[in-house]
Design a protein around this ligand. Structure first.
Ligand SMILES: O=C(O)CCC(=O)C(=O)O
Ligand SMILES: [Fe+2]
Length: 216
């Protein structure tokens, strides 16, 4: 945790860490190859995005644990190293794919996860927006660059909702809370076109059940 203190995003409510270039370009291509190399049934298709679950499907009675491929474990270990999940390690990865114009409605990740979200972005930037859960008033926006890691905890997990707007481009404003932490230097007014973004959301599901499989 201590090594994260240089990455805290100050104008945002507690707590946001933003690490640009958390992975290299080679690792980004490697992740994209693995994500697109799965058999088609691995994808769950929703109306406005596709996703893949690794580690199991979180459930209130406990997640039935599934073996995670070793290529993903490499990145989970890199996250677990920060000790963000109490005395536990990451045990679940949600892969989301967004085409330009796709997004996700305001929501909170809820009680099935330890209240820390860590997300690696691949292939495109996006804008992650936060709003108040009562009046939907804007709290802040974060510019997530490709290859970055964002970590959300505390009020940013429990109190506010997060969302991604269904747009194909974003105009840079000085309102992005992490603009000065970004690796690229953007000019105000510049327009960034969204490409296909694949995000890896790496979390801990505290309640798991290991089913015993009998040989009948
Ligand atoms: O893709 C992202 O960065 C956010 C995904 C998300 O909020 C979720 O799946 O709960
Ligand atoms: Fe979420």
């Amino acid at each position: 945790m201590d090594e994260l203190k240089n990455y805290i995003v100050q104008p945002a409510p507690p707590t946001v860490y933003y690490i640009p270039n958390f992975i290299t370009e080679e690792e980004e291509s490697y992740i994209l190859n693995k994500v697109y190399g799965v058999p088609k049934p691995k994808w769950t298709c929703l109306s406005n995005r596709r996703l893949q679950d690794y580690g199991g499907i979180p459930h209130k009675n406990g997640m039935i644990v599934e073996k995670i491929p070793s290529w993903l474990e490499t990145f989970m270990n890199r996250i677990s190293h920060f000790k963000l999940f109490g005395d536990k390690v990451a045990n679940h990865v949600l892969v989301n794919e967004y085409l330009p114009g796709q997004g996700i409605m305001p929501h909170s990740d809820g009680p099935l996860f330890y209240p820390t979200i860590t997300t690696i972005s691949c292939g495109s930037h996006t804008i992650l927006e936060f709003c108040d859960s009562n009046d939907r008033g804007k709290i802040c926006d974060l510019l997530l660059e490709p290859r970055s890691l964002v970590i959300l905890q505390d009020d940013m997990y429990t109190k506010y909702l997060h969302s991604i707007r269904e747009v194909t481009e974003d105009r840079i404003t000085d309102c992005y809370a992490n603009l000065k932490e970004c690796s690229s230097k953007y000019s105000i007014g510049e327009v960034l076109k969204r490409k296909t973004r694949v995000s890896l959301t790496i979390r801990n599901v505290p309640k798991v059940c290991k089913v015993k499989l009998w040989n009948l």
